[in-house]
Design a protein around this ligand. Sequence first.
Ligand code: A3P
Length: 318
Amino acid sequence: MASDGETSVRDPDLSELADTKNSKGHGFHCFKHDGLYFFMLPEHLVKGQKQVDRIKSVTEAELKDDDIIICAYPKCGTHWLWEVIEMLISGTIHYQKDVKETRMLEFIFKDGIEAVPQPRVFNTHLPLRMLPKQVVEKKIKCIQIMRNPKDVCVSFFNHLRDVTPPANYEGDFVEFTEAFLSEKIPFGSYSTNLLSWKTEVAAAPELPVLDMYYEDMKTDPVKAAKDIAKFLGLSCTDKYCEEVALACSFKKMKKVDEEMKSDGPMKIWAEGSEGTFYRKGEIGDWKNWFTVAESERFDQKWNAKMKDSGFTFTYTPV
Ligand code: A3P
């Protein structure tokens, strides 16, 4: 496991580093592949290979017919959804001891994917074209979770500000917002991610995909649990779905994370930072971060690309 000061662990072959810097010199510690930027991962995860080859290996991974994959842009609620799905399929209210990163396709690659014991609930920020080819061939069940882009932007900024250097972002929120609306950000822009999913899923009409929204799950977590159970073909009772929803409330999951979860494949949060995957867990926190002018500018840019895309987001709690 990486620890502070182990430069060799945090600094793999820097020849792959892409230039994402803005005019103030702030950028991301990423390499580029197929039009997307990816975090440079520590040497113990890339195992002496090129970063790009490790990512490419994901497409060749062998899957099991009953694998499930959560597909989402960063900060849309993957940890939450993962815990809910794991409880639904296991039929027990037990929190995962492992951290979600141990099931993340672009962290564990082909060898890691194939080594995970069944039943397996993977997660990824990759577009469909970069997932294992067997996802489409075997019609693997995919659940996509989406969230309004302004809350995603705020959550991603807080995440990247607090991660262990050199993966951390040192620019301010306004600079980050610019990067968020461009492609020069880890996993590319959220808008491109959504549009890619839409196009790539349309080209694979037999792929079973459940679309979910963070805001719907927050507003009615019991209905969300029932929808997931139905999609997965599980015969969970309404009472059990209520228990799962309650066990996976923000407060409960935050407490479990603080008391039980360990670092996983690498040390994510910088020493002394307040980094956490359970920050606020609300709809509409963006209002505390954007000025009116910045919010309008964001809307303009977002809508210019997304207005005919068919995605409708909820920005305020109902
Ligand atoms: P905030 O930073 O806005 O608080 P991901 O798991 O994809 O990294 O997403 C993290 C976001 O989901 C964080 O958003 C986090 O607080 C929120 N989240 C995690 N668990 C949650 C839960 N049980 N209920 C609501 N939000 C949750």
